[in-house]
Design a protein around this ligand. Structure first.
Ligand code: MN
Length: 483
């Protein structure tokens, strides 16, 4: 299990008795929080000298199970002692600004108490050195038992899981981008430097070879699994079997190559009879990232967000078409085929229908309506000098009416703060038509992740002042455009 290390700062000036109490309090906090956090919280001995601080940061860097450190100054810990350690730490940092006692004990408070409970000024010294060093960190302030504080830490842990995923992510592209498309393009070298994503291309023939090796018996076993999970709305078992073979071949390819995400492109299917539809949906359902039309940025982002979400309710998505009736504005999202069933709101069916594009056989696909609820749509664009993450907060709605002639999985939503401003902001910011739609990852976690990665993050949501939006983007150009 991944770990977060709990680091308490102090110094030798206080004497042994006080330091013993600091350690005990710190252990108490760790014990309490570890029951509340979505990750193993590990107590580390109180840090009192520059050498100890540097040493613990070296260990954190080296330990693959450690995905972040929390720092807290129970007493005053002179911050020059932290410079060397903070210079080398490469894991995400959360500065927890809390205090062991909730209330001031007015009756008994004395100088010993004051010496021991000094976070109010110890954490100011600590906060200064982060600010002075321009060190990326999240600050969570408040009493350590408060739900808001625990939520803040858990959200940051979710982002730390995403950051760790980024550092280990390999993306497999079958073929190149859809011809002439701009927004799904990007610099793969920049992505690896900035985000840690290793993105490489393979011929679709490499996959087709694997598909040819899959036997009918293996595919039929897979179909039996489908029958357990989904309702069959087709009698074209041949087409389903074809996709079952793709799924088996894809999973073998991903496992062998250590890939967490992949892309396909309907313009590049030489050797395959169908566009992988059902197969891509099944791979997403298992937690793999996927991007259509060669979109490796969205594929990688989906993988990262699926790990952040424990693979709950998170899918590849595309903005399809609008309903613009006054008062009932909404976005209909879908894709040719590839929407992940983890966002399904009800029954999931298997259907086989012609694609009308790409000139291949009618592919099997999963059909469903996405569930209702609050969600975010996230995209990552390459602006030439940097990556920009754009987050749209949305409300997913019940489908208004059945769409019997549209045989794809789909979602319907309305962006915040309202339809017009939501889509206007997205277009102004340069947001793509491909997104990751997640009901399980919240805006704050993505903002935390963007801070860890050191990339621009733009939010269009409930609290966005749309009157300032274009100005904010121009300010972003000054801040982020220098890289
Ligand atoms: Mn598309």
């Amino acid at each position: 299990m991944k770990q977060i290390w709990f680091l308490t700062g102090s110094q030798n000036l206080y004497g042994e008795e006080t330091l013993r109490q600091v350690a005990e309090d710190s252990r108490t906090i760790t014990r309490y929080l570890r029951k509340k956090l979505r990750c193993d919280l590990v107590y580390k001995p109180v840090l009192k000298t520059p050498a100890e601080i540097t040493e613990i940061m070296k260990s954190a860097n080296k330990d693959d199970s450690c995905i972040g450190v929390i720092t807290w100054m129970h007493t005053f810990s002179p911050s020059k002692m932290w410079i060397s350690g903070l210079n080398i730490i490469s894991k995400p940092i959360l500065h927890l600004h809390t205090q062991f006692n909730r209330a001031i004990p007015y009756e008994s408070i004395d100088m010993d108490f004051m010496n021991l409970n000094q976070a109010a000024h110890g954490d100011r010294e600590h906060g200064f050195i982060y600010a002075r060093m321009r060190k990326a960190r999240k600050v969570v302030a408040g009493y350590w038992k408060d739900e808001a504080v625990i939520d803040g830490i858990n959200t940051w842990i979710q982002a730390a899981v995403g950051f760790d995923a980024c550092r280990n992510l390999r993306v497999c592209r079958f073929g190149d981008n859809m011809r002439e498309v701009a927004v799904t393009e990007g610099n793969k070298v920049s992505a690896e430097i900035k985000l840690g994503w290793s993105v490489n291309g393979y011929g679709i023939g490499d996959l087709a070879e694997r598909v040819a090796l899959v036997t009918d018996a293996e595919a039929d076993k897979k179909i039996a699994e489908y029958r357990d999970r989904y309702k069959f709305a087709t009698s074209d078992i041949g087409s389903v079997r074809e996709q079952a073979k793709y799924e088996i071949a894809l999973e073998a390819f991903m496992t062998e190559g250590g890939f967490g995400a992949f892309t396909t492109n309907f313009e590049c299917l030489h050797g395959l009879k169908q566009l992988p539809g059902l197969a891509a949906q099944r791979m997403m359902e298992k937690g793999y990232g996927f991007g259509a039309e060669g979109d490796w940025k969205t594929a990688a982002l989906l993988r990262v967000m699926k790990l952040m979400a424990d693979n709950r309710a998170t899918s590849f998505m595309e903005d399809y078409t609008y309903n613009l009736e006054p008062g009932n504005e909404r976005i209909l999202g879908a894709h040719m085929l590839e929407i992940c069933p983890t966002i399904a709101g009800g029954e999931v069916r298997i259907g086989v229908e012609p694609l009308g594009i790409g000139g291949k056989e009618p592919p099997a696909r999963l059909l469903f309506d996405a569930m209702e609820g609050e969600a975010i749509a996230v995209t990552l664009i390459d602006l030439g000098n940097r990556f920009r993450m754009i987050i749209s907060e949305v409300e997913c709605l019940k489908p208004e009416k059945p769409m019997p002639k549209l045989p794809v999985a789909s979602a319907t939503w309305r962006p915040y703060p309202n339809f017009r401003d939501g889509v206007w902001g997205w277009i102004v910011a340069g947001g793509a038509h491909h997104t990751v739609l997640s009901y399980a990852v919240k805006t704050e976690a993505m903002e935390d992740l963007a801070r860890m990665l050191g990339i621009e993050c733009v939010v269009i949501g409930k609290n966005t002042d749309m009157g300032r939006f274009e100005t904010d983007l121009m300010v972003g150009e000054l801040i982020w455009g220098r890289e």
